[in-house]
Design a protein around this ligand. Structure first.
Ligand code: HH2
Length: 303
């Protein structure tokens, strides 16, 4: 008979059900390539104004070089974006500008890069052109809601999608950071949006969900989402976590380069420990080591 554990009721042998989930092992893309989890996604911002690396990879040659370096360092996905979404009121770029930034780089990487490319965009024309050039994943910070054509594009092409939670748009999301229970509200949104996507024809096994750290969330919300990540993982979709160098990490761990790196590493280790499948990072090499270590602990059978 189960003996109630009076110190921690959650350990009361079988009396209280805690959510059970297993991290998905992998995701198979339409072209047959497989992403094994947990995986590191390397950030390639082809922008002049991204919050931490704006301007560094605006030249196509430098962007291409950086993508290949991130692959060599162990990135399993390269996420290319041509529009900054930083919270300090990022300026929306014209669709032509976004295309001019990302398409030549995607085209140049075809045949050179073996890992899949995701395109970080809210616009269906950009995503469609990127998929035509060889991208395999749409990473849409609006969760396929900003552009009415995005859902149909994802369904028709059979690509993988990242559905991220946010409220408002890139310029005004900070004003929407109000929740009663941020973990419950974000989980409910992600579950609902994934269901909507499946109903629209998006391949269920190619949906990745993302709590959207820093998007319509203050530091406390981000911390609560990190602390409650296993509840989001329990939805059953691979979970992507983008904590890299974000403001809440810098506010807590410190603003120097090494403090940002270590703060990001701590967040990523805990994310993988909680069941996350993908960490989105600027510094791929350190993140690969962190993921290996966190996975080894998670698989140890201890505890
Ligand atoms: N964060 C940023 C951009 N895209 N996509 C997903 N799925 N999740 C995230 O957390 C996420 C994202 C913001 O970071 P960054 O790309 O470094 O900056 P910027 O938007 O200024 O280019």
């Amino acid at each position: 008979m189960a003996t109630p554990n009076l110190i921690n009721p959650h350990l009361a042998g079988g009396m209280i059900e805690t959510p059970k989930f297993r991290r998905p092992r992998s995701l198979r893309l339409k072209d047959g390539r497989v992403i094994r989890f947990p995986a590191v996604m390397g950030i390639l911002n082809v922008t002049p104004d991204s919050f931490s690396d704006g301007g560094r990879y605006l030249e196509p040659e430098r962007a291409i070089e950086h993508a290949l370096a991130m692959e060599a360092a162990g990135a399993a996905i390269i996420d290319i974006g041509g529009e900054s979404t930083r919270p300090a009121g990022a300026a929306a770029v014209a669709v032509e500008v976004e295309m001019e930034r990302v398409l030549p780089v995607i085209e140049a990487l075809r045949g050179k890069l073996t890992v899949p490319l995701s395109v970080d965009t809210r616009r269906a024309v950009v995503a469609g052109a990127a998929l035509d050039e060889g991208a395999a994943i749409i990473n849409d910070i609006s969760g396929l809601r900003h552009d009415p054509a995005m859902m149909a594009l994802a369904a028709e092409t059979g690509c993988a999608v990242v559905l991220m939670h946010m409220r408002g748009g890139p310029t005004d999301h900070a004003g929407h950071a109000r929740y009663r229970d941020v973990v419950a509200e974000v989980s409910a949104f992600l579950a609902r949006q994934a269901t909507v996507a499946v109903a629209a024809g998006v391949v269920r096994s190619r949906i990745i969900v993302d709590p959207g750290l820093g998007f319509a969330k203050n530091a406390q919300h981000n911390l609560e989402l990190m602390g409650g990540l296993s509840r989001i993982c329990a939805l059953g979709y691979p979970v992507l976590v983008g904590a890299s160098r974000k403001r809440f990490v810098r506010a807590i761990a410190g603003d120097s380069e090494s403090e940002q790196l270590v703060g990001t590493a701590a967040a990523n280790a805990l994310a993988v420990g909680a069941g996350a499948s993908i960490v989105r990072v600027h510094d791929v090499g350190p993140a690969v080591a962190v993921v290996k270590m966190a996975l080894a602990i998670a698989k140890s059978g201890g505890g």
